[in-house]
Write a protein that binds this ligand. Structure first.
Ligand code: 5GP
Ligand code: SF4
Ligand code: MG
Length: 465
């Protein structure tokens, strides 16, 4: 998901709509905005679909006045999966004795089932099936006198990954979980401030990047400025390495590094680790593009657009059901036949999850007369599900969970298949020494199976580590 918030500008909702539009790659199922103006109170709008179709018309934006607003773009990882209900669309809102508060969450709460059970037993009435709603109910039960303190209380009970943007009548609040699994940055816009999942959304509103919200930090922003506190026990940060590989936009900067440059560097590492003779390096667009450029530069094999993407389709994996996903590949990608015929082709993609994309693409490209097909993948084999806010399927459906690399190659029926090593990936992300196995610098659980936060709800449901 993507979160965005603004304080201290005229018509903050317009800024939020633009910010969410720039974060649309983080979630396409639905979006929502909550805002506040002293003489209008809180207002909100929640809609299915793209930001550009919902939050651009004057009719809607007129109903969202005021100098303070937050928003959320959703893709479901928990809750009613595959059939998002409007009641699951964030931001969530709560009315407390000291006033209202709205909250938007990116990540996933790993003890949400246990919390929900406990809260319901104690009288909470849940409105949605979303894990994030627990935070509102925990806040309602806190005895603290102001809303940031109640949020602290609530979030200390929450386990897992969370980057939260919240607001009261006068405050914009941002928090990251102690490991800082999901991103959140602070920006300055005119006389106001903003919070965003990624820096690409600062650019769109002409905001200046100030700094990242730190892992375990809460920032409380008012017209007096930014106040910072650290409510949690200090831990070593474990940012999601997959944000660098796939999830974030390539024009974003994370931890001072260009995401594009990291992806290009992954391609360079891949070309060194797994060279192969071929005529063309082609990306599986768009997610494989920077790595393919790096692979081509390092190997000297020409880069070409062997697969063309229909620009009017979203990301395939975000389509919730398997049937739609299966069609998705053909709706979205087509082979550039004239270029491919008779060629030995290296295809570079960011990841193999179920293997659906790679299989279809291989068929399409052989169909078009390719002489050889070599897959190079910009991440290690995805052998474990993510429980921290990226939608990977159950373990059994992950190709790499049940097959060795050679079995996957046979299954995909390609001439060769190579994944970047975990150390190679760490080097590409700027860790010259590779992965420190005794204290890894990132979360890489979907590749290593080492979960930095125990997925307690899943373990209760029978998931085995
Ligand atoms: P597959 O077709 O192997 O299931 O999915 C791989 C494709 O989905 C890749 O091209 C990649 O761009 C995209 N993808 C990336 N991350 C994820 C993820 O976390 N989950 C899923 N299902 N697909 C992803
Ligand atoms: Fe990111 Fe993978 Fe960790 Fe999930 S499991 S947070 S996708 S690195
Ligand atoms: Mg892709």
């Amino acid at each position: 998901c993507g979160v965005f918030g603004v304080i201290g500008v005229t018509d903050a909702s317009n800024f939020v709509a633009l910010g969410l539009h720039a974060l649309q790659h983080r979630g396409q199922e639905a979006g929502g905005i909550v805002c506040h103006r002293p003489d209008h109170g809180f207002n909100s709008a929640r809609r299915f679909g793209y930001v550009r179709d919902n939050f651009t018309s004057q009719d809607v934006m007129e109903t969202l006045p005021g100098p303070l607003a937050i928003g959320h773009v959703r893709y479901s990882t928990t809750g009613s999966k595959g059939s998002t209900a409007i009641r699951d669309v964030q931001p969530f809102f709560g009315e407390f004795s000291m006033g209202g508060a709205a909250l938007a969450h990116n990540g996933n709460i790993t003890n949400a089932d246990a919390l929900r059970r406990e809260l319901i037993e104690r009288g909470s009435i849940f409105q949605s099936s979303s894990d994030s709603e627990c935070i509102i109910h925990l806040m309602a039960r806190s005895l603290q006198k102001d809303i940031p303190d109640r949020m602290e209380d609530a979030l200390r009970r929450v386990e897992g990954a969370f980057s939260v943007v919240a607001m009261t009548r006068t405050k914009l609040i941002g928090v990251r979980d102690p490991l800082g699994v999901r991103p959140l940055v602070l920006g300055k816009v005119a006389d106001g401030w903003c919070l965003s999942s990624e820096t690409c959304a600062l650019d769109i509103i002409g905001a200046e990047f100030v700094r990242e919200v730190e892992p375990g930090e809460m920032v409380v922003i008012t017209d007096q400025g930014v106040d910072s506190r650290f409510p949690f026990r200090r831990r070593n940060s474990r940012f999601c390495i997959f944000e660098h590989v796939y999830f974030s936009r390539p024009d974003s900067i994370i931890g001072g590094r260009s995401v594009y440059e990291t992806r290009r560097q992954i391609g360079v590492e891949l070309a060194r680790e797994a060279p192969v003779e071929a005529d063309l390096v082609c990306p599986v667009p768009d997610s494989g593009t920077p790595a393919a450029i790096g692979f081509s530069q390092e190997s000297g094999i020409p880069y070409a657009m062997g697969i063309i993407r229909n620009q009017y389709m979203g990301r395939t994996f975000i389509e919730p059901t398997e049937q739609i996903r299966n069609m998705g590949v053909r709706l979205k990608l087509n082979v550039n036949r004239a270029l491919i015929k008779g060629k030995r082709v290296i295809l570079v993609d960011d990841s193999v999850v179920r293997g659906t994309t790679s299989r279809k693409i291989k068929e399409m490209i052989l169909d078009a007369g390719a002489a050889e097909v070599h897959f190079r993948i910009a991440s290690p084999p995805t052998a474990w599900p993510c429980f921290y806010g990226v939608d990977t399927p159950q373990r059994e459906k992950l190709l790499a969970a049940t097959m060795s690399e050679e079995e996957m190659r046979e299954h995909l029926a390609v001439d060769s298949l190579k994944f970047i090593s975990l150390d190679g990936l760490y080097r590409a992300v700027g860790e010259a020494e590779g992965r420190k196995d005794d204290c890894p610098q990132f979360c890489d659980a979907c590749f290593s199976g080492e979960y930095p936060v125990e997925p307690s709800d899943m373990i209760e449901k029978g998931f085995e580590l």
